[in-house]
Design a protein around this ligand. Structure first.
Ligand code: UDP
Length: 247
């Protein structure tokens, strides 16, 4: 997020480099139940981002000292594959992946009925196969579909998307160039039934008015992502009912 480039990110007609208007998100594709060996799974594409999420549990919590006698804990591991970015990413855990794993687990704990499973762990794995900015939102979007696919009781599913600012314009769902050279990035996740915000981060600078605009843009778009998540789960359910499976 340098805020400086000679590249025109938004032209005089308000069009972005990938042909979108300010309020358009990138094309989204979601498929539930893509992995045979996990309890639940989902695959998500948002523009050039490609993300897999897998869920195991509820199962006995390891390490045992993390067990909570009153509820389950949600543990998340966000991992960016070495081949997911153009400059090979150094494999393994780093500060960024620890942060994203933590905020993802915290967002999901708001919807999972953890009190039903004392001492258990619900384990969520997010693998970023291809990254083009917005991977934490794509990961969280995939993870909540995977949790639903695993049959884990939840009060809702969580959609996520970012808004931000580039070339002085408030924009929805920044792509890599807008993220790199823009002035702000604000990832958001909500509980659609209540519009409660369960993830909110901000990188860069915006005025109060721009921030409010970004939030309302992202919250609206989260409802669109939510519809696509529900469609993916309905498709999965109708395939199972028909006796077929993509496994
Ligand atoms: N990125 C990268 N190498 C890294 C981390 C990030 O190339 O080690 C790229 C990747 O395309 C990512 C983007 O920078 O999607 C923005 O990263 P950020 O930390 O803002 O998280 P994201 O927007 O993916 O949630």
């Amino acid at each position: 997020m340098s805020g400086h480039t000679d590249m025109v990110l938004v032209d005089d007609n308000g069009m972005r480099i990938d042909g979108r208007t300010a309020t358009e998100h990138r094309p989204i594709k979601i498929e539930a139940g893509v992995l045979k060996n996990a309890d639940g799974s989902a695959y998500v594409e948002i523009g050039k981002n490609k993300v897999l999420a897998a869920v195991y549990g509820p199962r006995e919590c390891h390490p045992r000292h993390l067990q909570n006698p009153t509820k389950a804990i949600v543990q998340c591991k966000y991992n960016m594959q070495a081949f997911s970015v153009s400059d090979r990413k150094r494999p393994g855990t780093d500060r960024r992946s620890i942060e994203i794993s933590k905020i993802t687990a915290e967002a999901l704990e708001n919807v999972v009925l953890t009190e039903l499973y004392p001492r258990a762990s619900i384990d969520v794995y997010i693998e970023i196969l291809q990254a083009n900015a917005g991977t934490r939102c794509a990961g969280l979007t995939a993870a909540s579909v995977a949790l639903a696919d695993a049959g884990i009781p939840m009060r809702d599913i969580v959609p996520a998307i970012a808004a931000g600012k580039a070339d002085g314009h408030v924009l929805l769902d920044l792509n890599k160039e807008e993220d790199n050279y823009g002035q702000a990035d604000v990832p958001i996740a909500i509980v659609p039934s209540t519009d409660e915000i369960v993830l909110l981060q901000m990188d860069g600078n915006m005025t109060r008015e721009e921030f409010d605009k970004a939030i309302s843009m992202a919250v609206n778009a989260c409802h669109e992502v939510y519809d696509i998540q529900k469609d993916a789960l309905k498709r999965r359910y109708s395939v199972q009912k028909g006796g077929e499976s993509n496994e």
